[in-house]
Structure formats: C-alpha cells, structure tokens
Design a protein around this ligand. Structure first.
Ligand code: ADP
Ligand code: MG
Length: 243
C-alpha cells in the first residue's frame, strides 16, 4: 500500500513536470509558427524575425536538455570519489566565464576528506548549476567561495557561497519548484534537477539567502564507509553502492 502510494506520488510529479515542459515548449513553438505563417502569407520575414526564431529554438533546446538529465536512467555507476577533484574540474570548466565577469573562485578545501559514493557526472551537473546561479547573481565582480569539509567521519559537506543579489524571503520557499525563475533566459529547472540528484545520493541540500547580501548552498553527502579488512588489516572501501 505504501509502495503504491509512493509510486502514485512519483507519477503525479512526473505528470506535472511533463505538463510543465509541454507548456514551456508550446509558447516558443507558437511564436515560431507565427513567424513562418507571416512568411508564407506576406513574405515579410526579416532578419529580426530570424533572430527571434533562433532564440526561441535555443530556448526549446535548453529546456529539453535540462529535462533530459532527469529522464536518463538513474544510478549508472556509483563510485567512490574525492569531491574536491570533481569540484576542481567544474571550476576549470567555468573559469573562462568567471574571468569574463571578474568573478574569483576562492577555495577552502580541508586536507582530509573522506570519499563519497557518487555518479560523477551527475554531481558535476549539480556543481555547475549552483555555481552558475551564483555567477549569475553576482553583479559585475565578486567572489564565490567554495568549501569542502568533513563533518565527522561519515559526512562530506560542500558549501557554495556567493555575495550577489540574494533571494527575497518570499521566493525562498519556491526554490526548486520546476520553472520557477526570475531570469529572462532561465529555465527554472537547475535547482530542481540538483535537488533530485542530491536526494538520489542520499544527501541533503539547503539554501540560505539574504537579499543583497548573498546566497549559500550547503550540500551534505554521506561518506564512503571505511572498514578494516580483518585478514590483511588494510582499510577497504565498502563496496556496493546503496543506490
Ligand atoms: P534558473 O537559473 O534557470 O532561473 P534555477 O532552478 O537554477 O533556474 O534557479 C531558480 C531561481 O532561483 C533563479 O531564477 C533565481 O531567482 C533563484 N536563485 C537560485 N540561485 C540563486 C543565487 N545564488 N542567488 C540569487 N538567486 C538565486
Ligand atoms: Mg540556474
């Protein structure tokens, strides 16, 4: 019974999401159709129209690709990884963009960090989504702080902090709702996708923010358990991801 309930809840969410995606895609499609119809009837399409059509097409593409991350089969391969390395790779990826906007990444990585069981590409996606949000919230120059800390022996905490525009209290509760965005080019899918991924990793994600002060995203992930192998007495990573 509980399982049934859980499954039907899941279906409802997926159904709502699909309806949302359909809605978001229909708008740009209507615009595209309008311009083509204009061309067919009056042959009056100009460069401006073509530009608008291209940007509507880009928008559809962005929505579909963000949505696809959710639709991909989950739990492809979970492996024990050092999140500092994953985070560093993401920073290198975003470096040129940060440079362009005079944004500096400031790292505080603890020396001793346990490994976490993760799907590396999914975690990368989360870090990209959150750091990008931080960059987009930072006006013209500023810092984004990245911390990686061990919390006890069984948790790794990643904190991503910006000093940007912040989030009004009234909006905090709506973060992670699909399609909630206040950006012209936003999809409002980044945080929802990130939350799902972290949830699939049995972790938590919390966001605190103050208007005009900045935003802090805290992700906690369970560390890989290290067990002593009795025969060789060398520490082994417990295998078999729970996902
Ligand atoms: P998108 O970035 O496409 O708008 P997200 O799901 O990534 O979608 O974010 C949803 C909304 O949450 C953003 O439009 C923005 O209003 C708010 N938000 C998220 N992160 C931040 C941040 N670091 N600073 C300010 N606002 C943020
Ligand atoms: Mg975003």
């Amino acid at each position: 019974m509980e399982e049934l309930l859980r499954r039907s809840e899941k279906l409802t969410t997926v159904g709502q999401l699909a309806a949302g995606v359909a809605h978001e895609i229909r708008n740009p499609l209507t615009t595209l159709r309008g311009f083509l119809q204009l061309q067919q009837q009056t042959k009056r399409m100009n460069d401006g129209h073509v530009d608008m059509m291209l940007s509507e097409l880009d928008r559809i593409n962005l929505i579909v690709s963000e949505f696809l991350i959710l639709a991909k089969p989950q739990a492809v391969s979970f492996q024990a990884k050092d999140v500092r390395i994953i985070l560093q790779e993401v920073l290198s990826l975003l470096d040129s963009q940060a440079h362009l906007y005079n944004i500096e990444f400031v790292k505080h990585f603890d020396q001793e960090i346990p490994l976490v069981n993760c799907e590396e590409n999914q975690l990368k996606q989360v870090f990209i989504n959150i750091i990008k949000n931080g960059m987009e919230a930072t006006p013209s120059e500023g810092e984004i702080e990245l911390r990686v800390e061990a919390r006890g022996t069984n948790e790794v905490v990643i904190i991503i902090k910006d000093y940007g525009i912040g989030i009004p209290a009234a909006h905090l509760a709506r973060l992670g709702d699909p399609f909630f965005t206040n950006k012209e080019q936003g999809t409002g899918l980044g945080l929802m996708v990130s939350q799902r991924i972290i949830h699939n990793h049995r972790g938590t994600m919390d966001i605190t923010s103050e208007l005009n002060q900045g935003t802090e995203v805290t992700i906690a992930l369970p560390a890989v358990e290290v067990v002593e192998d009795q025969k060789t007495s060398c520490p082994l990573l417990r295998s078999g991801a729970p996902m």
